[in-house]
Design a protein around this ligand. Sequence first.
Ligand code: PAF
Length: 283
Amino acid sequence: MQIITEPGQMQSIAEKLRLNRQCIGVVMTMGALHEGHLSLVKLAQQTAGTIILTIFVNPTQFGVNEDLHQYPRPFENDVALAKAAGVDFLFAPEAEGIYPEHYQTTVACSEVTKVFEGEKRPDHFKGVATIVTKLFNITKPHIAVFGEKDAQQLAVIRRVVQDLNMDIKVIEAPIVREQSGLAVSSRNIYLSIEERDAATILYKAIGHAKKRVAEPEYNLAAIAEEIEEMINSTPGCRSDYAGFVDEATYEPVETAETGKEYRLLLAMYSGTVRLIDNAKIRA
Ligand code: PAF
């Protein structure tokens, strides 16, 4: 596995791979690799012959009071995990290489970024859309694998790829969960044992929503309220949002129609740690 830090060098390697008719698959991460990231690599390897894994803690997607400076950066361990997973190139640029002085261009996507996570974290998705576009231009992939765990992010990336005519196949990888149901995330390391235990309410809330929709209960707004109550009545937990969007448009939906697919989006705090989760639910 080769480690590359210069965007220009990564770009010329990717160009050579393309000239040699290699299918390039990219997996983008902010490091602190875990089972979820490794499952993305595995999925990419099913289609692509060359895998580029990117590690970059992107400052532009963090809000002022968020955890940019505390974000875990276990680089040596990440290198070992990437190597063992069969990654071919690890692209780990410095912030100055990605956002040099006088940098002033951003990629902004509109409607899909206005609700739920986008509403709570203004500019977050602008930072994501910009870095993902830049990393696409640097790594020149044929395919890119992103996790369903960040479902709204995935919807934003699909929109950008489609709207900007990028010739890249975006593949969704299923959420990897711990035995307790907690979705694996780099931020789980911030959780104390008690907070981790309490956080399992998020998965229980998803189970509750699935059960209610299956009854069938068409009032999605009422189900979202029940979920928020479940979370808020769990000691140490506080709901940040719970709601349903139309899976195709990401527009918020209050009443279900039979046969349609919805995405339940959830965010909560366990102690001070903010966690997100989601599920696709068919009415
Ligand atoms: O999902 C992430 O880890 C990040 O948002 C991404 C896609 C690597 C962009 O920084």
